[in-house]
Design a protein around this ligand. Structure first.
Ligand code: ADP
Length: 193
C-alpha cells in the first residue's frame, strides 16, 4: 500500500492536489476537513461539537479526529493506499495513525510537505472564501488563528516523520499543473520504495 501524508499549512493546496493524485495513482483520498464538514451538514453530535472549534480557527480535539480516521481506515482496507489530507495535525494524531496502520501491517511511506509563504496563504484563503461557503475562509482573524495553530501544533508533525527519514518537501507555489508534476515524481519514488 502507498500511504502518503500530504502536508502543509491551510491554503497550501492539499485538497486540490490530492484530488489529482488520487486519480493518477488510484488511491483513496481521506480529508478530515471534508469529513468534519459532512458531519456539520448532517447535524450529527460530532458535527455540532466540531463546529465550535472550526469556526474559531482552532483544531478539533484529537479523540474526535482519531475515531473518525480509524473508521475510515477500516472501510478502506483493500485499497492501493491512502492520501491523508488534513491529518495528522498533531503529534498525538501521528502516533495514533502509525498504530492504526501497524495493526493492519501497513505504514506511512512518506510525508510530502507543500511549501507556501504566509502572505500567499492568506491571499488564497480569502479568495477561496468568496466562493467556498466556508465561514473560516472569510475572516482574516480566523485565518491567522489557523496559521498559528498550524505553526504551534501541526508543524511538529513534520519533525516526527523527519526522524524516520520520511519527510519530502515540494514547492507549493507555481501553477497547479507544475506542482502536480513534481508531486507525481515524489509519489512515484515513494511507491518504488
Ligand atoms: P485547511 O487545511 O484549509 O485549514 P481543512 O478543511 O483541512 O482546511 O480544515 C478545516 C478545519 O477543520 C481546521 O481549521 C480544523 O478546525 C478542523 N480540522 C480538520 N482536520 C483536523 C485534524 N486532523 N485535527 C484537528 N482539527 C482538524
Amino acid at each position: 500500500m502507498l500511504n502518503v501524508i500530504l502536508f502543509g499549512p491551510p491554503g497550501s493546496g492539499k485538497g486540490t492536489q490530492a484530488t489529482k493524485l488520487k486519480e493518477h495513482f488510484n488511491l483513496i483520498h481521506i480529508s478530515t476537513g471534508d469529513l468534519l464538514r459532512g458531519e456539520i451538514k448532517n447535524e450529527t453530535p460530532l458535527g455540532v461539537e466540531a463546529q465550535n472549534f472550526m469556526d474559531k480557527g482552532l483544531l478539533v480535539p484529537d479523540e474526535i479526529i482519531i475515531g473518525m480516521i480509524s473508521s475510515k481506515i477500516d472501510e478502506n482496507q483493500d485499497s492501493n493506499g491512502i492520501i491523508c489530507d488534513g491529518f495528522p495535525r498533531t503529534v498525538a494524531q501521528a502516533e495514533a495513525l502509525d498504530n492504526l496502520l501497524d495493526v493492519k501491517s501497513s505504514k506511512i511511506a512518506g510525508l510530502v510537505a507543500l511549501e507556501v509563504g504566509e502572505e500567499e496563504l492568506k491571499t488564497r484563503l480569502l479568495e477561496r472564501g468568496k466562493t467556498s461557503g466556508r465561514s473560516d475562509d472569510t475572516d482574516l482573524a480566523t485565518i491567522e488563528r489557523r496559521i498559528v495553530e498550524y505553526k504551534e501544533k501541526t508543524a511538529p508533525v513534520a519533525n516526527y516523520y523527519k526522524a524516520d527519514d520520511k519527510y519530502v518537501s515540494v514547492a507549493g507555489e507555481g501553477s497547479i499543473d507544475e506542482i502536480f508534476e513534481n508531486l507525481k515524481q515524489v509519489f512515484e519514488a515513494l511507491s518504488a520504495g
